[in-house]
Write a protein that binds this ligand. Sequence first.
Ligand code: ADP
Length: 592
Amino acid sequence: MRTLVFNAGSSSLKFGLYDMGGAEVLRLKGGFDRFAEDGCDLKLTVDGTRHDSRAPHRDMAAAIAAVPGILASHGIDGINAIGHRIAHGGARFDKPALMDAPTLAAIEDLTPLAPLHNPANLAAVRLAQQIWPGLPQVGVFDTSFHMTAPAFSTTYAVPLLWREAGLRRFGFHGTSHKYVALRAAEVIGQPVERLQIVSCHLGNGASVCAINRGRSMDTSMGLTPLEGLVMGTRSGDVDPGAFGFLSRELGLDVAQIEAALYNDSGLKALTGSPDMRDAEDRAAAGDPAAQLAIEIYAYRARKYIGAYAAAMGGIDALVFTGGIGENSASMRRRICDGLEFMGVTLDIDRNQHVDLANRAAPELQAWGGRVRVIVTETQEQLQIARETAAALAVTRRARLVLPVAVSARHVHLCQADVEALFGPGATLSAEFPLRQPGNFAAHQKVTIEGPKGALHHVRVLGPTRSRTQIEVSRTDTFALGVEAPVRLSGDLDGTPKIRLIGPAGTVETDGLIIAARHIHMHPDDADRWGVSDKEEVEVRVTGTGRGMTFSGVIVRVQPNAFTEMHIDTDEANAAGISGGAEGALIAPEHGG
Ligand code: ADP
């Protein structure tokens, strides 16, 4: 799926184009910046090569309108979907949403929570809908990932009336925290659901997130992106008593205080520049204000990391990302120094020599360090592309209902075994066709004999195959007295041996399996529903005595397949299915 992603800020527009198959290839990314009467800057990277220029566009509307031309001039067409970053989804959006009229109205209602960002995001959606009226557009919210946080971490201890008005903690940078947690899990080689991760997104805006077994449990930003860490121009945590104090002492009103906390605080207030590089240069040159700023910055981050390790009862990994997290070895070092007590120990050389090209995620912990310390470039646009593709698959899958067929025990034979069991020159003869084209139930039947007992009159299915395969249920394996692995059809190496008895002879053969539950799927259906060969999906079986959800159902895309799910008799009994049933695909939980 070819997905175009937009991230519209109040004064800039970033975009990226991804081919989302197994490989997730970034074809092109760009950004329009510094809009003015005489145009704007355009930074463009196509297939890894930079093409920076001045562009004539005065505002975001003109810039978005120019995107189809930019894509065409690089030979890119055939976009399937558009994903948009939306800053604030309030309590309402805990996952990506299709950008239909009611959803846009609901996002508009959230403007008081993100007065600068949501209107810019919405404007981009509306413009894109005019330019690509036929394409599905999905909004991915910066806040959604944190909607799993428990009430005790999202509730402020303030009057009920305020809470009823919507005052609560939301958190931001959710797309980034989610991406880096998934990337860290990939590096560690364990499912994110088994890991306790603290991620530090340290850019111009900055936040720390406690990701407890794949779910955000707490994050340092709150109702607004003002709470938490020291940032470029934002203060992070300040005693709310400051409002009264400043009002009384300096005569400042709420708007003035708020504006200063957003725009004139953080590194800018402490050093004169919002940029960490300036702070580090000045500190190195001996500027005590810059030195203090760096100490405050690191100390605040370290406190949050410790707090979140306590909140989760320990951590497996600490991940750094964002311009500062990715590039400043000295800031990573300052933040980690003193965390040895909880198993965080940096390797000095590894921390110093970090190469993040090609989405690398190097590990920086010292040898034997209990906590993995990982640094990686955040890929918010890629994560938006993933979630857009996943959200569209959900909507498509919501409409997918497929037949569920119960496979009784059966045998596939190779020609040599047909002749060994039924006599020289014997061939399989069809009694009735099966739904998978070309397949049939043969007249022939065999006995399967194991050390404990035998199963008689077991149907042979045709046509013959290159290898004999015996498919039984787990209950059958007890009747036979043999253990059998759960395998996909055809995956027979190392399977147990068993005896087959026919009217003309006996064979000892391997190939005994319990068939892994699977879906035979026609390529057109796979395309339509956005699933690929070998993908594991969940299927909710309905219309039976006992509704049931099967996970780990393997999709097998085959030319000419009749789309149908196959389960064995044990599975059918557990779900109360006799005869046939219907199943519905369920969407995956993670966008990628
Ligand atoms: P945004 O949040 O706007 O996406 P970035 O993630 O690009 O911002 O982060 C910008 C911050 O990263 C700035 O404070 C910048 O100084 C800092 N930064 C970038 N490169 C370095 C570096 N080599 N050393 C220290 N800080 C850096």
